[in-house]
Ligand binder design. Sequence first.
Ligand code: ATP
Ligand code: MG
Length: 462
Amino acid sequence: MSPQTTHQHYRDVNSASSSPTSQRLRQLTKQHFVAELSQCLFDFVIQLLPTQEELAVKEDVRKLLERLIRTIEPDSRLLSFGSTANGFSLRNSDMDLCCLIDSEERLAASDLVTMLGDLLERETKFHVKPLPHARIPIVKLSLDPSPGLPLGIACDIGFENRLALENTRLLMCYAMIDPTRVRTMVLFLKVWSKRRKINSPYKGTLSSYGYVLLVIYFLVHVKNPPVLPNLQQMPPLRPIPKEETHMGGHNTWFFDDIDLLRQRWHSENSETVAELLIDFFRYFSRDFVYNGGVASIRAGLLKKESKGWQNEVSASRYDARERNRLCIEDPFETDYNVARCVTKDGLYTIRGEFMRASRVLATRPERAILALADLCDERKDEDLVTAPLFYAPSRQVPPQTPYSVGSRYMNQDPHYRVNKYLFARRRNIWLQNEVSGLVRHLLKHLPQTIHYMRVNWGWGWS
Ligand code: ATP
Ligand code: MG
């Protein structure tokens, strides 16, 4: 073939691949993939919801603990918050309990923790760990497995944490507005973040609460048209005195009449849960401004400077414990960064995982279930990925990403230019490992995964 013919052939092939027919085909494949992925996501999270039996046992445990606490503080109530109360609970989630004491004369939280710890140790089979001197004094409890709770139970009891009860109610209201899309997305992200080992504030990554806030921020402020309204900015139906909308100096007002809201407000966004998820991963991989941005479900994207949360690059450039790498404003305690425990390596790992997820979804395998299995493939390494030292934190973009190549931010960064070669090499090695790991994984686990899903989830395969 002469060079001219080769060139012509190349042009023919290229123009054929972008012809209206092939574009239409690609579009159809994409539509098919997202439709199938939405169904898979939905079926997947349903399998992971707590059973009625588990919920009943947990309620019995709450009542038992309440009875015992009342022997110390007769005017107390023990209330659930967190996932047990907001609709984002997975099978075997921990129980977050808050003790409220409706009397002026009450014991100090640290004394209560000590006394309650002693009492529970004497009267119950719980393993008890009182933490009276923690920043927020709590009693930690755990129970060994039993027929009703094959994996046991873990529970924290805190005191007078009224803001936590309110933010639980706020999240529950968001879940109720569009349960199919919001709950599916949140529950999936919780499973995904646990399987990928990036859901542990003690190790420098983000709590479930933080991930839920990211999802709501995305659905209220990033998606256009929005999937959810901003409940904290909706005006009340009648004037409400300040005492009723404020708690300890924090404005806790939000529109909570969800039945009425559902009659009056409808989202114009009709994207499927899979489309939203794909966009969520893309947004937090490459578009969110980690350097200077604060995700606020109350007020949208804020600047770190406006809150005094900018990280001090010169003072603690390589300090892995540095605060405010990732900034998520608490909906009511607006001077509190929910992601303050996320370290430099933690953020680097989390972003790497967002990017990995984006890549997995972009490959659009023939069966959406394969993408799902790959997304939630358990990360074997318990440790965080170490962020390279040569990144200036303000320009930090992990190497494991197709998006970072030649990106606007990177090209402006002198550290990037100096280390361009090293950077490209690391990325290539990482990509090679990823691809061969993926192929190995699929070859090794595919038959078992298909068999498991057929047998346990009754999935029909043609
Ligand atoms: P899981 O099912 O994984 O336990 P969850 O929905 O219960 O998830 P948690 O992260 O356990 O979420 O948080 C439970 C509650 O604790 C939240 O509703 C919030 O009130 C409070 N909380 C958790 N993490 C933080 C944090 N970093 N800052 C402030 N409050 C938090
Ligand atoms: Mg919890």
